[in-house]
Design a protein around this ligand. Structure first.
Ligand code: FUB
Length: 332
């Protein structure tokens, strides 16, 4: 390669590497992981030696403490953090907003980002505007894990008219999780009240075939799909003693047949919701979740003022997951 061309290539690689690590650095002292903001619905993604963590930014608003029915949440942006060693983290700031979807009318809920062929797909929950109604699932795409992300299809990937409403009505199409199986098939799972499952086309932006429903004990929301060896895991927020805890089921193939395996965690401290995000990174497994123990900006933790935490996740020899104890120490 001629010298100017080599210089140009090296400069481009340096800029790309920099854009993945640029941001304020911080070293958490335990749980919660992020202490300068309220954060919720953690979604880890491992790519190229870094763990990226996408979260919703829970924001305080006047009247929040007396609101109900989902209005307690005020999330107008999704944030990205990353780490190479689970000790020092980089704050990449906001990477996507519901206003980036022209058909949405604000309000962001839970998400997950997955990589395919060097592109990063951001599956997320937004409040849809006309002609759609209710909560919907959008998909945004970027060439970088830290964005900028842009709406990939200009309309919802899942809108309210595509699923039966069940008991949760307008907010049953929330909380997407995506698993790309070893044969390359991407699967999308989501839902509040009903756990929906569908194949995606390999372009990652279209549903492929029928939308199925999975029957899971005390299922509420927040599904998270992962695979370890030949076993598929479907971890979700279930109804505990008046508040959510985390349960999970396993399967030997993707589909609607899952074996319930019990509770993975108890309820989160001070929080009605809890939301799992699972990743293997550097040979260890981690469970991300949120509680509401943080006080920041003069506001105490509450239903819509949550804080993301992480603890180690261990498996038994038979492949079942050991109960995770939610600690204040976090990762040492
Ligand atoms: O953050 C808003 C909603 O709360 C999420 O979509 C649910 O999973 C619950 O954590």
């Amino acid at each position: 390669m001629k010298t100017p061309a080599r210089f140009l290539l090296l400069s481009m690689l340096a800029v790309a590497a920099l854009s993945c690590t640029r941001g304020k650095q911080f070293t958490p002292t335990g749980n919660p992981l992020i202490t300068d903001k309220f954060t919720a619905d953690p979604a880890p993604m491992v790519y190229d030696g870094r763990l990226y963590l996408y979260v919703g930014h829970d924001e305080y608003y006047e009247g929040q403490d007396t609101a109900s029915g989902g209005k307690e949440f005020n999330i107008t942006e999704w944030l990205c953090y990353s780490t190479r060693d689970m000790k020092t983290w980089t704050d990449h700031g906001p990477v996507l907003r519901p206003t980036d979807f022209k058909w949405a009318v604000g309000e962001a809920w839970a998400s997950q980002v997955v990589e395919r062929d060097g592109k990063f797909y951001y599956y997320t929950t937004v409040q849809a505007g006309e002609p759609y109604t209710g909560k919907a699932i959008g998909v945004a795409v970027s060439d970088s894990p830290t964005g900028p992300f842009a709406d990939a299809i200009g309309r919802p990937l899942v809108s309210d008219d595509m699923t039966s409403n069940g008991e949760r009505g307008w907010w049953n199409d929330i909380d997407p999780t995506v698993l790309i199986d070893d044969d390359g098939t991407p699967w999308l799972c989501w839902g509040n009240g009903t756990c929906f499952l569908a194949r995606l086309k390999k372009n990652m932006t279209e549903i492929d075939g029928e939308i199925m429903a999975i029957d899971l004990p005390r299922y509420v929301e927040g599904p998270w799909l992962h695979k370890r060896g030949d076993t598929y895991y479907l971890t979700y927020a279930s109804m505990g003693d008046g508040r959510e805890n985390i349960s999970y089921a396993t399967a030997s193939r993707m589909g609607t047949e899952w074996e319930y395996r019990g509770e993975l965690t108890g309820m989160a401290e001070n929080s009605f919701t809890i939301h799992p995000g699972i990743a293997e990174f550097g040979g260890e497994w981690y469970l991300f979740y949120h509680n509401a123990v943080l006080t920041t900006g003069g506001h105490k933790g509450a239903i819509g003022r949550r804080s993301v935490c992480v603890d180690r996740l261990y498996y038994n020899p038979d492949g079942t997951m050991r109960s995770v104890v939610q600690t204040r120490e976090g990762i040492k």
